[in-house]
Design a protein around this ligand. Structure first.
Ligand SMILES: Nc1ncnc2c1ncn2[C@@H]1O[C@H](COP(=O)(O)OP(=O)(O)O)[C@@H](O)[C@H]1O
Ligand SMILES: [Mg+2]
Length: 580
């Protein structure tokens, strides 16, 4: 049998193997011991009721019974503790390990997958694994062992009665598994429909504004009623199947018990069975029924646990971002060259960028201009090696960026995007995110340079102010300035401003522009902006059209071409500005 790779994943998280073997040994030992208890009291009865009973043997048997009960309970307690300890440790370690792995996956993975779904799948898979270890491996499997040992003992004692128990157990097991398989399949349908019903219900509540303005209340209410009626119906059906199965299970138990008892009484009358043996059999019947009664639940749980964990473990199949073997740390000066770069997000899809060729000298500012969707952000992402071009190469100071260590490359870059995302933490921590060793003085200076110090000082807690989920308590312009302060603190060699001022009103824009002017000194800067007046003084302006470079040059050079795209843009924008 091939060992599934999921097993290796779990195995790697268990560092105290010896303790594991002890735990398993204790579980096995205690379940074997339990299987002997009915045997002991059955014998005890026979010895005790015999005429001229030997009291010494009676006491010995009672003592044995007591000792075995105490020992098996102690071992059971150890097993339970260990099972809990192990499942907690393994799931915690796996959780961290899997989330580390997820954060090492390329940005393309995170852009494609919904974060909520990924985290839910990962954490659910691991939670289920913890349950599986505790309940199935350390609780159910030992009970199954007790079951088999008990059957073997019974066969030695009285095989005819054992046969009744064996046959009815087999019928029970086959029926349960057959039924449970069907029910589990249906359960998936029920779950999916619950999710859908709740999802749409929440959607209509959270988007209540949109619903009202579209006067779609009736539509939403009807749909929600329909969804819940439907899922309610299939859920009830599903539950009825359980109760039906449980009825047949109980029937099998009852018939088996009666059969053993009746046969036993007849054999007792015929003198082929002693009263002690009958009591022993009655005891065993209840011992055998307990793992059987848990079978359906266990089957369902184990299957769900294995399936959900498998799904979570699939993320390990996706390769993380990696450095090439010969990648090295590198001190960047800032000369960036795109040498005939072509790029597509998905193989076989249309090329987003085609034959891009340009050079930027250290400290220069280059502006990327073009319609939305033309590939400006993509160029910026290629510089940070978030994606690799399919054709062509990108050089920094003459070195192919593939040969620069990712961490070293990104540590010398900073990005100020249009939508700044802050952590739900203090302003100070948000500014120094990415520069953990910055002193308080440096942080304040960076904030001053970013025109952020003033508004931070107006907060009651100043730099200790919490910014709220994703920075919700700050205005767009304030977030932008926090992001600029963060970038200043990092002192990057390459800076990317991706529509950093597009969403701002004119007052904020002026403050942010001022801050940016200070920031771009002495760094290679890529500016992406729609308002051409803001990039007029760039050392180089690259005009993109349909993924290709249509024009490049300085403002003055580009304005010389009367039919040029840039000049057209410019004239359109200045005309609009004048009309305002
Ligand atoms: N992660 C992605 N997967 C697939 N296509 C993408 C992805 N990101 C962007 N695109 C597509 O690539 C093109 C260029 O996008 P982008 O560089 O963001 O444009 P810009 O920044 O110029 O507005 C667009 O057509 C966009 O739809
Ligand atoms: Mg963009």
């Amino acid at each position: 049998m091939k060992i599934p790779k999921e097993f290796n994943l779990i195995w790697a998280q268990i560092d105290n193997r010896r303790k594991l073997y002890f735990g398993m040994g204790a579980a096995i030992l205690s379940s074997v011991m339990v299987a002997f208890i009915p045997y002991i009291y059955g014998r005890l009865v026979d010895v005790a009721i015999k005429a001229g009973a030997q009291m010494k043997i009676v006491f010995e048997l009672i003592l044995l019974w007591l000792v075995i009960s105490i020992l098996s309970n102690l071992l059971g307690r150890y097993t339970d503790r260990y099972a809990f300890e192990m499942s907690t440790d393994v799931s915690n370690k796996l959780m961290v390990d899997l989330f580390n792995h997820l954060s090492n996956l390329p940005i393309s993975f995170h852009k494609e997958k919904k974060t909520g779904k990924v985290t839910r799948r990962a954490s659910r898979g691991i939670d289920q694994l913890g349950d599986f270890i505790e309940r199935t491996i350390f609780s159910f499997l030992p009970a199954v062992l007790t079951f088999f040992v008990a059957l073997v003992i019974l066969f030695f004692v009285e095989w005819r009665l054992s046969l009744i128990l064996l046959v009815s157990s087999l019928v029970y097991i086959l029926m349960t598994i057959f039924y449970t398989k069907k029910i589990v399949k249906e359960q998936k349908l029920v779950n999916a429909n619950w999710e859908k019903a709740y999802g749409e219900l929440f959607d209509s509540v959270t988007n209540v504004h949109a619903v009202k303005s579209a006067t779609a209340e009736d539509f939403e209410q009807k749909r929600n009623t329909r969804n819940f009626n439907f899922v309610g119906r299939i859920y009830k059906n599903w539950r009825f199947k359980w109760t039906k199965m449980s009825f047949w299970q109980q029937m099998i138990f009852a018939v088996a018990f009666i059969a053993v008892f009746v046969n036993g009484v007849m054999m007792l009358k015929a003198g082929t069975l002693t009263p002690g043996l009958l009591i022993m059999f009655v005891g065993y019947t209840s011992l055998l029924t307990s793992p059987l009664a848990r079978l359906a639940d266990q089957y369902r749980q184990a299957k769900t646990a294995i399936d959900t964990f498998r799904r979570a473990a699939k993320y390990y199949d996706i390769a993380p971002e990696k450095d090439l073997a010969n990648a090295r740390k590198f001190e960047i000066k800032g000369r960036v060259v795109f040498d005939n770069v072509s790029f597509t997000y998905k193989k076989g899809r249309r090329e987003v960028l085609k034959n891009i060729f340009f050079e930027v000298e250290p400290g220069q500012t280059v502006a990327l201009v073009g319609e939305s969707g033309v590939g400006k952000t993509t160029i910026a992402d290629l510089v940070g090696r978030y994606y690799l071009p399919q054709r062509g190469r990108i050089f920094i100071d003459g070195v192919d960026i593939k040969k620069i260590q990712l961490k070293s490359l990104r540590a010398q870059m900073a990005l100020v995007p249009q939508e700044v995302i802050l952590f739900n933490d203090t302003i100070e921590n948000n500014i120094k995110y990415g520069s953990p060793n910055a002193s308080e003085q440096q942080i304040i200076e960076a904030a001053k340079a970013a025109n952020a110090h003033e508004f931070i000082e107006t907060f009651p807690k100043k730099y200790e102010q919490l910014v709220g989920e994703r920075g919700i308590k700050l205005s767009t312009g304030q977030k932008q300035r926090v992001a600029i302060a963060r970038a200043i603190l990092r002192d990057p060699k390459i800076l990317i401003l991706d529509e950093a001022t597009s969403a701002l009103d004119s007052v904020s824009e002026k403050l942010v522009q001022e801050a940016l002017q200070k920031l771009i000194q002495n760094r290679t800067t890529f500016v992406i902006a729609h308002r051409l007046s803001t990039i007029q003084h760039a050392d180089k302006i690259i005009v993109l059209e349909k993924g290709e470079i249509a024009e490049q040059g300085t403002h003055e050079e580009l304005m010389l071409n009367p039919d040029g795209i840039y000049r057209n843009f410019w004239e359109m924008q200045t005309a609009i500005e004048r009309r305002k």
